[in-house]
Structures are given as structure tokens and as C-alpha cells.
Ligand binder design. Sequence first.
Ligand code: SME
Length: 267
Amino acid sequence: METKLGLFNEKRDRLNRILSRYAGRNMKSFMDLDWRTYSGGAVPEKYKELMGLVSSLVLRCDDCISYHIAQCLKLGVTNGEFEETLMIGLIVGGSITIPHIRRAVETWDEHVSPKRKLLESLEPEVLKILDGEESPTVKMQKISDLLHEKVPHYGWFGFYLTDKNDDKMLVLGPFAGEPTEHTHIPFGKGICGQAAQTMKTFTIDDVSKESNYLSCSIKVKSEIVLPIVRNGKVLGELDIDSHETSAFDAIDESFLSSICERLSSLL
Ligand code: SME
């Protein structure tokens, strides 16, 4: 099925090819400036795209709106972020923007992936667990059980916590899935250890290409590890293995990082 964005992108590419034959130096520099302006800098790329979306809505340029929607989808913008951004456009631009909002929502809805719909449908249940009265350990166990059961590409879902007696060692915490022999992982070792050491999220599309990797099972094809950090200290991390290659993208990252952020204030 040809989607609105698919057709839009096709036409945009075709017109760009024609334009590049006509564009002189100044026009090409301007296009380049446009590209660089939207690249991540002090303001992350995602927020720049949301700003582009508001401006396009207020100026009522449907092509510009479609372009920024495509970028927002790639960057894992959530439904909530999308709706609030449109609302800013509506406030600034007034009711005349409403027909453009209708078309924007139609485009968005057509492209929101089933995976995103699934993760967003699970969000209220996860938030309920996080806001509950139980201990952080019980909360992490419930989240592991829920997401491991409900999300098909989360083959193993678990938490590692920084050892209370050794702040350079990860200890296996609550998890759901097959038991793992990797119950203690030093910082720097494997994907988990590297994420802890660098305090950065690691998304590995194909674990077989990694030299510094600790295998839990030959079934595992890809992995995501998100550190849980508070005041510059790694409290632990969330680790998910998948039996599919390239299973994780910006949608997972955005969903999972909000869980880690909430947990960082509980641990
Ligand atoms: N693969 C991880 C080890 C932990 S298991 O995936 C549960 C790593 O390379 O650090």
C-alpha cells in the first residue's frame, strides 16, 4: 500500500534531483545550511524537528509538515510529544491550522508502527508499577515479567545493579527469561560493562560482530543496554536481548529510557 509519507518522500526525492540540476552555488549552500541547522547540537535533533513541525504548522506548509513528521518518526518522537507539539502550533497559529492538524494526524497515524502502538499501550501499566508502593526490586521484577511476556522482541529482559561493595561491578538483579551465567559483570566487560563504564546506551544490531560481548545464548541476535544514572553515578542498568537482529530502535530507546529515568530516582 502506498502511504502518504511514502508518496511524499518519492516526490520529494524526484524534485530534489531536478532541483540539484538547476541549483547554483548559493542555493546549494542554503540547502546545506538547512540540513546542518537541523542536525543535533546544543539542542538534540529530536527537539529541532519538533520545532520545525511547529513552525511548519504555523506557516501552514503541508509539505514541510510531512517532512518533519517523517523525521520525528525516525527519531522516536512519542504520541504525547507529537500531540503537545501540534498543540503549540494550534495555540500560536489559531484555528486556521486545524485542517493541517487533521492531515498531520492522518499521516502520523498511518506510520506509527505496530511496535510503537504496542509499547504505548503498555505504558500506563508500567507507570502504575513504578508509582506503586512496592520496593524497587519488586517493581523491577514486575516490569521485567510484564514486558518480557508482552513484547515479542524482548527475549530476555533484566536489570543489573551496581554492587554496593564494589562500584565497578554489576550484579544481576530482577529479570525475566532464561537464567544467565553472567551474574557478575565488571565495568568495561561485555556490552553491559561498556554501557556502565561509559554511561551510554548501547544498541547492538548484530551481537556476532562484537568483540567485547558476553554471550548468554546462541539464540541472542541483538541487544540494548541502558544505564540507570543518578548524579553522575551508575546505579545499574536495563539489559534486553532479542532473538531477532536489529530488534531495537529509537522507539524502544525512548520507551525504555523513560523507565530508567524513573527508576534512577527510586534506586
Ligand atoms: N550480553 C551481555 C551479558 C548479559 S546477558 O545478555 C543477560 C553483555 O555482553 O554484556
